[in-house]
Design a protein around this ligand. Sequence first.
Ligand code: ATP
Length: 309
Amino acid sequence: MVTVRVPAKVNVQLGVGGVRPDGYHDLANVFFAVALGDQVTATPGAGVTLSCDGPDAAAVPLDEDNLAARAARLLAAHHGLADPGVHLHIDKAIPVAGGMAGGSADGAAALLACDALWGLDTPFDTLLELAAELGSDVPFALLGGVALGRGRGELLEPLPVSGTFHWVFAVADGGLSTPAVFRECDRLREESGRGSSLADVPTPDADPALLAALAEGDPVALAAALGNDLQAAAVSLRPALADTLHAGTEAGALAALVSGSGPTCAFLAKDADSAAHLAAALRTSGTCRTAHATHGPVPGAQVVSAPRP
Ligand code: ATP
């Protein structure tokens, strides 16, 4: 049996370029791995089978579409294993369809767990390539820490970071579809008269002030530099998110932003105590289902000796 712990991500910067001819957007995506995470346990089995528990388990597909199952099959195919056998159990803490790359995290965890269970010893660079085939957020879940993602987000460059930052995540009822949020971003750009094509939107780049704040471990400077080009689209599709963001700011967050494509909202706190206070205030605010205090950056997917009790 092999258990892998894998982090969720928050995008501390999500710059979205114009829509490309292939339908994707160029991104300047600064990923930040947080301690809120899933665990995937691989045990020997017949074929590739799945189970899941956790508060959102009912929303997780347990068929061949699950990214953990796709990862297991992709790794097996890469090594020419005709008849891979594994049961993958997902202990799910990352909100589903919440803008925190939970499915991608499980895909990365399954790659690592199956690699260890099947004794394949796949080089890390090869695992990163397989991860990129699974989806643009999967390589970061293997890498962890803080990294700049370019292209669709899959071309990763690790970034220097000092110290620990404290975060609170407010979980909404129900998810948001990432493609729908990108479409809404394009629609809002068209509606405003700016246009949404590659020619209309400047190519996004990492903000030097944000990179300096990360390198210096300065939460106040990071709060001032946080940015998410998908936020307006997520709020447009789910107007109640404005109340959640407001509740966190009122309760003392240094900054509030939608996490990725939402609807999870992320709040940066001054320290661990203010994060705990903020999470408690958000839980009673009536503007979210629940709220978790956590921290980061943390490493990417890691084999752990025993699953959490
Ligand atoms: P991202 O931030 O990468 O856009 P997300 O966090 O918004 O993603 P996910 O939790 O990854 O969203 O789920 C998106 C969809 O992926 C779900 O609605 C579900 O149908 C599907 N999915 C596939 N595998 C998984 C998995 N292991 N866990 C959760 N969802 C999964």
